[in-house]
Design a protein around this ligand. Structure first.
Ligand code: PGA
Length: 255
């Protein structure tokens, strides 16, 4: 891969109208032509994926979630085939907002991960401890459990053959303006690699792309990437601000 860092822009439920999204897309098409070091992946709401399908630029895009079945009587769900039909390549799975607000279990996330691999979508799997778990010093325990459960029944062959991304997103740092120190990010990212090494061996652990997410913005992104030893970031609220997103991309291009 040519790029050095991944920036996932998780627009969550921020985009309020088609006009706003079209306007943002025009902005992206104009301002991302010269990205050399950054792989930008935009995650808009499902209903705007078709706008991205029509206007391809120097960035990729994906869905914020998906169901694990390809079709059937599942009212309100979006299948991997529908996401692929929109030409999206990526899908966020196991985001803490899905776990917390929509009661997604590790088992369900695991089914989604398996389905994404099967349907050739690249999963971006989120893991991270909440504030209580952090206070009880259970961070590593939680990370290990979530990682192992989300990759249950995924073979070493699959992980060697296919692309996948992991994101360490401490729940207490998401949307709170509190961000994890680069030192802590580095420690957890090394821990994730260690677990992968134990289960899948050296090649998978070296290949894994690990991102950090949680209140990333233009004032902390440089330190997170250079001192936190991660391959990129997953940005929420700050990525729905055009100028702020551009500022972050410019900082990365200069690292
Ligand atoms: P935030 O969200 O940047 O708004 O903290 C990050 C995320 O949830 O991926």
């Amino acid at each position: 891969m040519k790029y050095k860092y991944i920036v996932g822009a998780n627009w969550k439920c921020y985009s309020k109208s088609e006009r706003e999204v079209k306007d943002f897309l025009r902005f992206l098409l104009r301002n991302t032509k010269n990205l050399r070091k950054t792989k930008l992946i935009i995650f808009p709401s499902f209903v705007y994926l078709s706008l991205f399908k029509e206007r391809r630029g120097n960035f990729s895009f994906g869905a914020q979630n998906m169901f694990f079945e390809t079709q059937g009587p599942f009212t309100g769900e979006i299948s991997p085939l529908m996401i692929k039909d929109m030409k999206a390549e990526f899908v966020i799975l196991g985001h803490s907002e899905r776990r917390r607000l929509f009661h997604e279990s590790d088992e369900m996330i695991n089914k989604k991960v398996i389905s994404a691999f099967k349907e050739n979508l690249i999963p971006l799997i989120c893991i991270g401890e909440n504030l209580r778990e952090r206070k009880e010093r259970k961070t590593f325990q939680v990370i290990e459990k979530q990682l192992k459960k989300s990759l249950r029944r995924v073979s070493k062959g699959t992980l060697l053959k296919k692309e996948f991304i992991l994101a360490y997103e401490p729940v207490w740092a998401i949307g709170k303006g509190k961000f994890c120190s680069p030192k802590e990010i580095e420690t957890v990212s090394l821990f994730i690699r260690k677990i992968l090494f134990k289960i899948y061996g050296k090649k998978v652990s070296e290949k894994a792309k690990i991102l950090y997410g949680g209140s990333v913005n233009s004032s902390n992104i440089r330190d997170i990437l250079t001192k936190g030893r991660v391959e990129g970031v997953l940005v929420g609220s700050a990525s729905w601000d055009k100028r702020e997103l551009l500022k972050m991309l410019k900082i990365i291009e200069k690292i």
